[in-house]
Design a protein around this ligand. Sequence first.
Ligand code: ZN
Length: 244
Amino acid sequence: MRAYFGTPPVRGGPRPRSIADRFWEKVNKDGPVQPHCPELGQCWVWTGHLNHGYGRLQEGGHRGRGIPVTHISWEMQYSPIPEGVLVLHRCDNPPCVRPTHLFLGTGLDNSRDMVAKGRVSRAPGESNPMARYSETTVLAIRDRFAQGGITQRAVAKEFGIDHRYVNDILHRKSWSHLDGAPIPSGLHKGSNHWKATLADEQVAQIRERYKVGGISQTALAHDYGVGQSLIWCIVNGKGRHRIA
Ligand SMILES: [Zn+2]
């Protein structure tokens, strides 16, 4: 656990405010509802300084390490984030810090791992025609589709890209180095990825393993070859994963 929730007092100086206090005073909970995901409710918008659209808070005052505000939000609400894991937005709104709008992504360290193991034979994404989409975007597209209930064309529209690229991304024809998840057998236009890959039994198993503890949502997502946001839905009993 990072130690930034309890800021040590400075000798002789005024008692520093906790990072939680400094965080909340810069959050506006009256943010917009995103048209592509109204079910998520309003964004909680970071009103402090933004760097390339993303907020950071200095740990222990102005000379401290800058911590992404999404990480602070996630860790206060859920659990510590392992090194190298990304906090991504379901709502696609970078300044948003609402915990339920966030999910963890492991694609980047997974890809490094795959490169290290020599499992990547094709050129990495940066040198192919998909390079103009960031790795984060690619992961978010896969994740959005994995949540189900949306067609490839609708995903393309949400992200403002050509639907043929979405098809390539989902089938790992491009950016296949980003994760090792198998291509779901039922993956076709309009299909629900999770339905094709996870049986009710597996959903129950995931929930049970998470309840027992000692395993992260990220690790479960890796084990079952699905997106972390799907695991989040399952363990939080959201959407169609509400089974007895
Ligand atoms: Zn949001």
